[in-house]
Design a protein around this ligand. Sequence first.
Ligand code: SF4
Length: 290
Amino acid sequence: MTNARFRPPSEANSLILQVDQGCPYNRCTFCGMYRDIPYERLSVEQAEELVVQASRRHADAQRIFLADGDVMRRPFTELQQILTAINAHYPHLARVSLYANGSSIADKTEDQLRTLRSLKLHTLYMGMESGDEEVLKACRKGENAPQMVDAGIKAEAAGLRMSVMILLGLGGAALSKAHAANSAAALNRMQPRFLSTLRVVPVPGTELYEDTMAGRFTPLTEYEIVEELYNLISALDLNSTVFRANHSSNVVPIKARFPRDKTQALSTLQTLLASDTLDKHSPGHLPMWL
Ligand code: SF4
């Protein structure tokens, strides 16, 4: 297996155990993360061996992230066996986290999720991308919003923490308002513990990049991206969520805790929108890689 290339920023200090390679779905039009990597997963025995080997060098690990994309796709029994091995070999273990799509959570029962939680599975990182069906279809997410919301509610009810990502600009200009409004509605229903926004970047090798080059997709301008984030936050009604928009793709870094900091976050964005410093004709600076 290749070395895991992606993990959420908040897992920067975690020990990464790559039990899978690539993404079992690998069809989202915007995603270049695993484009050239065939999906493979270690057998349970191989994964257990990996756990043992890594524990010889990192026996004191407290946080572990299981890579790559959508490890939650594995059947419950495999996850249970891998987590049991991890618990046996890391005496200081506090938490294990992984990427999880809605359908991968949905195919576990609430009891199974509780069992995984008891084995220190902690945070599930879900790329919801949007709560708008048209946007989800256009980017070929392969999931619908109600399914992802219900999966998140079920996971949180089982004691797991949901960390949800929304991709700003994914609907282009035409769907920007619907993308913001319906994403907020979905998040309000799910009430995830963590929420982050990233800005969509057309990455070479993806359909979104080809569509952008061919003029079939027009990325939002820098101004429109900030406006979309403003519309999203305006419509949020979250009871207790840590919010981060500090990925390099964001125009302005924001860290907030909702509902406490909502007014302050909106005021920051409003000031920026009124400042005349944002590019109204192009996306402005974009990172090379999302
Ligand atoms: S966004 Fe997630 S589900 Fe979609 S292809 Fe990329 S890793 Fe797979």
